[in-house]
Design a protein around this ligand. Structure first.
Ligand code: ADP
Ligand code: MG
Length: 635
């Protein structure tokens, strides 16, 4: 098959796929599922159970898949929802079902705020362990202190079936097809909402917090609040699944709070496919179906757990992305192959333009700056308040003094170079200026205001941004998505739960991202993932992310390190374009590039100020020569 035929076929399939929203496909699949299950020896009850675990898993996938938080204590919220709703209904305190369900879900979410305040103080394995412990704590409390209300070991039997009144007719929803249809409808609604959550601006930022939390914070997002929001949403889903499970079974078992419950949602999500939303449902289908089937085999006894465990290991080792994840990956790879083949076939590739053209710059830079213009601007800056200032900074790491009494004053509108041998403390000073790290003593001033001790997020919001010495991009995201992370912070501020908004439909935002990509000379790399970029291109993207926050003061930490001569020329071009109309501070070892670029140069040596002045003066300074330029080869 030729590339064109392949492309045409893939295009046809894609058109069919996009013409139906995902929800329609799911409705279709849910309509078929019970028939498949019945044919395979399952029951409608099995199908209902799968749906409820699928709802539970939607929230867990948002939490684990998108926010990257592996909770082993989701039973705490599943159980809270189950017991609150069941208690309200059994005791007769509440007779309205919707009210009882709402109360259960709300209780789960409120409880998750309390748990989150503790668990979110830690990340990674410590977060997992805290949630694990809280889950166990709930299990214990349900069996002891709260057993009067929860029935302890017996659980809560006698949860009534939902009754609906239509005119003078009453319907009682018992298990079976009616129940299945209602829960399937709820699944579709919750799936739709979960998809809104992950594709909305909120979801984009949440995903970014998982991939690179430090950078996401540094470009202006309140990472903790995003995590808390994801935690509460996941608890809401867990609570809803719990309340519905109690109603469906007419009973809440003592295992609602059990570790098994927390573990099962993790396993189903992993088997089905993390970050797919539909994966947990597929995982639940496989898991619950197999469990039901295995338990029916005579003489097998407790062995079913062993068999299921072995199957789990087999699934995880052979399908790293889970069932749905592997399928998606297969199609994604094919699409990429088709796109590559089509590109290779087109003549466009023969006339491949260099990444950065002078026209790109002219389009990107609002005005060109002549030498006189710059000199006038810097002169004006020298007379006014400095843009950013370090006053008597001292920084100590244990016994090591990295900075001692360092002062630096960058004028409004100038490009200042900061040089010094490796270990002189340049990056440390940058981290202090951007609020990433507090100084041991000394002050940082921004436009005359003392900003000592503000965090990196606040500093970014004020207009200070940095590109990192070690590239800090989002490798899993596309180029455009990389730039959307800082742009969304500019547009929406530190936090917003705007799940009904759409990034794609925000034309201005997309235009901003594309303009920045053009400015970085990356427009023709839009198609591929960031992991395919060359080092020089990653550097430019790195600077682009810092620039996307629209800072007044831009700090660049070794933007030319590790680049080829051609790439250096391109990045110097980017720096020139980026520094128009803003204050720029550049750390760089490439003297030729820096001395041509900067209005003034400051020299750090062993954590102390050595000299500051115009490039020509620094070049001739004998002290700088001895301390820095003399003894080393220029890399
Ligand atoms: P430069 O960027 O000028 O090469 P750095 O600011 O990275 O220098 O480092 C200055 C000194 O501080 C070095 O001796 C380095 O080892 C030390 N240092 C930097 N960061 C830390 C840290 N987080 N903990 C301990 N020591 C550090
Ligand atoms: Mg450094």
């Amino acid at each position: 098959m030729t590339a064109q035929q392949l492309a045409a076929r893939a295009g046809g399939m894609r058109r069919l796929a996009v013409s139906l929203p995902t929800e329609c496909w799911i409705v279709l699949a849910l309509a078929l599922m019970p028939f498949l299950l019945l044919a395979g020896g399952g029951s409608v009850d099995t199908a209902i159970r799968i749906l409820l675990w699928g709802i539970f898993g939607l929230g867990f996938d948002i939490l684990f898949g998108y926010a990257g938080m592996l909770s082993f204590g989701q039973a705490a919220f599943f159980g809270t929802g189950s017991f609150v709703t069941a208690y309200l209904l059994v005791s007769g305190l509440v007779t309205n079902f919707l009210l009882a369900i709402g109360a259960g879900v709300l209780a789960s979410m409120l409880f998750s705020v309390l748990v989150g305040m503790v668990a979110l103080k830690r990340v990674g394995i410590y977060f997992s362990m805290i949630t694990f412990a809280i889950g166990e704590l709930c299990f214990f409390i349900q069996h002891s202190v709260l057993s009067r209300w929860t029935g302890g070991d017996n659980g809560l039997p006698g949860v009534p079936h939902p009754v609906f009144q239509f005119g003078d007719k009453t319907f009682e929803l018992t298990s079976g097809w009616g129940m299945y249809a209602v829960i399937a409808a709820i699944f579709v609604a919750t799936f739709w909402f979960a998809r809104r959550v992950v594709t909305s601006p909120f979801g984009r930022v949440l995903n970014a917090t998982r991939i690179n939390p430090e950078r996401t914070l540094a470009v202006g997002h309140d990472v903790q609040r995003y995590k808390m929001a994801a935690f509460v949403v996941a608890a809401g889903y867990a609570g809803l699944a719990g309340t519905m499970m109690g109603i469906f079974q007419s009973y809440v078992g003592p295992d609602a709070f059990a570790l098994d419950t927390s573990g099962q949602v993790v396993m189903q999500t992993v088997v089905g496919g993390v970050r797919t939303l539909i994966g947990p449902l597929v995982g639940a289908a496989v898991w619950i179906y197999l469990r039901d089937i295995l338990q029916q085999i005579p003489g097998i006894g407790g062995m079913w757990k062993l068999i299921l465990g072995a199957l789990f290991i087999l699934a995880v080792t052979t399908m790293r992305r889970g069932i749905v994840g592997e399928i998606q990956h297969y199609f994604h790879k094919r699409r990429l192959a088709v796109a590559k083949a089509a590109a290779a076939a087109s003549e466009k590739l023969a006339a491949f333009a260099p990444a950065m053209t002078p026209a790109d710059f002219l389009a990107a830079a609002p005005r060109t700056t002549s030498a006189e213009e710059r000199a006038a601007r810097v002169q004006a800056g020298a007379e006014g308040v400095p843009a950013i200032e370090a006053r008597h900074i001292r920084k100590q790491f244990g016994g090591l003094v990295a900075l001692e009494d360092v002062c630096l004053s960058v004028r409004e509108g100038e490009i200042m170079g900061l040089i010094g041998p490796n270990g002189a403390g340049k990056s440390t000073l940058f981290r202090i200026l951007t609020g990433e790290m507090p100084a041991t003593s000394g002050e940082v001033h921004f436009r005359g205001r003392n900003i000592t001790g503000v965090g990196v997020r606040e500093a970014c919001a004020m207009g200070i941004s940095k590109s990192y010495q070690i590239v800090q991009v989002y490798p899993e995201l596309s180029l455009r998505e990389n730039l959307l992370v800082p742009l969304l912070a500019r547009q929406r501020g530190a936090f917003r739960f705007d799940v009904m908004a759409s990034v794609k439909r925000d034309g201005e935002l997309m235009k901003d991202a594309d303009r920045l990509l053009a400015m970085m000379g990356l427009s023709d790399r839009l198609g591929g993932p960031v992991s395919d970029l060359s080092y020089g291109e990653k550097r430019r993207l790195e600077i682009g992310i810092a620039l996307a926050t629209q800072p007044d003061v831009l700090l660049l930490d070794e933007p030319l390190a590790g680049l080829s001569p051609e790439e250096r020329v391109q990045v110097v071009g980017v720096i020139k374009a980026a520094s128009v109309g803003r204050t720029t501070l550049v750390v760089e070892h490439d003297m030729d590039a820096l001395f041509g670029l900067a209005d003034r140069i400051a020299v750090l040596h062993m954590g102390r100020n050595l000299a500051v002045g115009p490039p020509a003066e620094i070049r001739e300074n004998p002290i700088v020569h001895t301390a820095y330029m003399g003894g080393r080869d220029d890399d």
